[in-house]
Design a protein around this ligand. Structure first.
Ligand code: VGL
Ligand code: ZN
Length: 200
């Protein structure tokens, strides 16, 4: 893999794995293929969902709302989630079999209570940036490969932002698993395809 490529490992955290607060089916099955993929990259960045306890993406913060209901936020519709990836909690830690020592950069996201952040590049207002683009561009990265959780949310939004920011984007779907909420997986796959994402 050329030096112009980076691997972005999205949200491989306990809460998205079996037994976690927002478990994705077979979530932990991404760990082995991701450890293998990392062998081929020199530049590796991880993202880590990192919410305060009172994060507004949590259904518990909204009266009469249940997880997976949708509310209108100032920045658009927002799915409400079970409490997950609370800062400092075990659920927010990376899966313990993930080779975290290979990451040069860990981008935390979703740490502002009023706003969610699916993409590792920008928050859900599509305005507030995380700094990942600056990091990659300053290292002359032009192409990114994505893997992790969840394919139809954080991987998808990160891939779409990466295309908008001018990167060549590949998603290693075998190293991803999806939440698949009301057709979200199919929608994400066609959005990525239409945006020119290479789906491996
Ligand atoms: C994610 C829902 C809420 C993800 C994060 O990593 O895909 N999904 N927070
Ligand atoms: Zn989250």
């Amino acid at each position: 893999m050329s030096n112009a490529s980076a691997l972005l490992v999205i949200d491989v955290q306990n809460d998205f794995c079996e037994g976690g607060a927002l478990a994705v089916q077979d979530g932990s099955k991404v760990v082995a293929p991701i450890n293998q993929l990392m062998r081929g990259f020199e530049t590796i960045a991880f993202s880590q969902d990192w919410h305060p306890k009172d994060h507004q993406s949590f259904a518990s913060q909204h009266e009469n709302m249940q997880p997976y209901d949708v509310v209108e936020m100032p920045y658009g519709p927002q799915v409400l989630w079970p409490e997950h990836c609370v800062q400092g909690s075990n659920g927010a830690q990376f899966h313990n079999a993930l080779h975290t020592e290979r990451a040069h950069m860990i981008i935390r996201k979703g740490f502002r209570a009023p706003i969610d952040s699916y993409s590792a590049f920008s928050e859900n207002d599509h305005t507030t940036v995380t700094g990942l683009d600056g990091y990659l561009k300053s290292r002359n990265i032009t192409s990114v490969t994505l893997c992790g959780l969840a394919l139809d949310f954080c991987v998808n939004y990160t891939a779409l932002d990466a295309r908008k920011l001018g990167y060549q984007v590949t998603v290693e779907t075998k190293a991803c698993r999806a939440i698949d909420l009301n057709g979200s997986l199919e929608a994400a796959m066609s959005a990525m395809k239409n945006a020119g994402v290479i789906l491996n």
